[in-house]
Design a protein around this ligand. Sequence first.
Ligand SMILES: [Zn+2]
Length: 411
Amino acid sequence: MSAVVYRAPLLTPRSADRLDAWADGGLRVRDGRIEAAGDFDAVMVLGEAAVESLDGVLVPGFADVHIHWVQFPVRGAFEEELMPWLREYIWPEEMRYADQDFARAAAQRFFAATVRAGTVMGMSYSSVHAAATHIADEARVGDWMVGDVVMEHGAPEALTRASVHDAAELNARAAGIGPDRYVVTPRFALNCTPALMAALGDFARAGGYRVQTHLSESPGEIREVLREFPDAEDYTDVYDRAGLLGPRSVLGHCIHLSPREWSVLRARGSWIAHCPSSNEALDSGRMDLDTVRRLDIPYALASDVGAGSSHSLLHVMQRFLEIHRAAGVEVSATEALYRATLAGAECMGRGAVAGSLDAGKRADFVLLPRPAGGFLPEAWIEEWTRGAMAELETRPLATWIAGERHAPPAT
Ligand SMILES: [Zn+2]
């Protein structure tokens, strides 16, 4: 196919503190890939191309590395602490995904909403049900990884019965999806025995699978974990003993960790899925960003819907900037954009093929409205994160995934 050059200002993050930007940019796309990105004139000399001028600014598509697609219908609906919220609202809701028609309709609504909000990739928790996980994988719009939550005990029987109970069963469920898309997902320590967690860890290592779980979200949860695992040194040690921590592990939250636990995470090279809006909603506390930075622990932003009230990464960026600044920690708009795009791709092991506007990468990008005034990339990012949640969810003017344009429905 011939190339198309999209003409608009371009912004793309390089790292937590560096951004490249072109006021008169050109994004050259062919066959779903970016062929070149930079100054419009420089991109045009590469050869014949159709030019499409866009009214807005192009940034990479967003990545959400911790979201529960099965909680999308009840996102932000309840204000509770973690443990009662799970038991009273979330687990009963997730039981509904035993019904495949229900799951199929819910998956379609979920992916329509995430694309509308500019999200092009992510890692999602499913319910315990094998079929619902396959339905999500089939219905996905964008580059999503998904895993059914393993809940062996500590939950209603309707859930524990449908869960994976051993590695052989996990193998059967992962087959057909594979390590590129299937994530080993022990929900959290309170739903699994040490023996099962160790089997999951072995399976993930042997097959090259990513692991996702929750770590140290609320004080009530931590107390229960320590009661249930009296031999463990701390919450992190429960997972570490099971062999669940490594560079392919993505740990949601990490709010109340001791210095020992932080050093274990650093030593294992594990990622944190940082979910500021969720932490705010469940009053869980604030992740210690100073320590994360000091130890150079990799992290990416995530919505954690349904505890997170919105699937919009612009909303997550807003909460990220606000809660750390309110605590006196310096955070930049550039860092927010990096953590919501390229860092997410890196967390998923896709840093070389997605997450930024670079030649050779998948053509995943979002058109955002051009703020009034001069060319001020840092101020523009701040501007895009301002506003009410519903506004942020529909702020993108269009989203491209692998070069294919997903325009919002006409209103
Ligand atoms: Zn979660």
